[in-house]
Design a protein around this ligand. Structure first.
Ligand code: AMP
Ligand code: ZN
Length: 131
């Protein structure tokens, strides 16, 4: 059983913020910024790529509700909501979770950098990806 399943089953303690029939949320043990929270399905799915859409919509709804609550209660100036899927994308716990990372200013704990690839071929990507 994975570590998040054990937490959901109360086999390992955690700072639980919210739970309902399908969704569970707790503070991240390594707080990138104050209030850093993880929202996840109670049912084990590896990551967002494997999450059934109906369950995903419940996760997103709770993520929005908690994001608003956390921003308001901690007087944050913004929030990053993100998920990592697979180790290549930085996923270290293979139980799907959304990160809610409240933001206080640009020099707080989170550094997100979008670096443009100057040799990218957008037309080729469009041809492969368009429906
Ligand atoms: P990711 O790298 O996207 O898979 O994120 C996994 C997150 O889980 C990290 O931010 C960890 O700090 C967090 N984490 C790992 N173990 C625990 C735990 N026992 N309780 C709360 N958060 C945890
Ligand atoms: Zn699990």
């Amino acid at each position: 059983m994975c570590i998040f399943c054990k937490i959901i089953n109360r086999e390992i303690p955690a700072s639980i913020l919210y739970e309902d029939e399908d969704v569970f949320a707790m503070l991240d043990i390594a707080q990138v910024t104050d209030g850093h929270t993880l929202v996840m399905p109670k049912e084990h799915v590896d990551n967002i790529l494997d999450c059934p859409p109906v369950l995903l919509s419940k996760i997103i709804s709770v993520t929005q509700m908690l994001s608003k609550d956390i921003v308001r209660k901690l007087d944050a100036k913004g929030v990053n909501v993100l998920t990592n899927a697979n180790p290549a994308a930085g996923q270290s716990v293979m139980h799907f979770h959304m990160h809610i990372i409240p933001r206080y200013d640009e020099s707080d704990g989170l550094i997100l950098r979008f670096k443009e690839n100057p040799t990218a071929d957008i037309k080729r990507m469009e041809n492969i990806l368009k429906k």
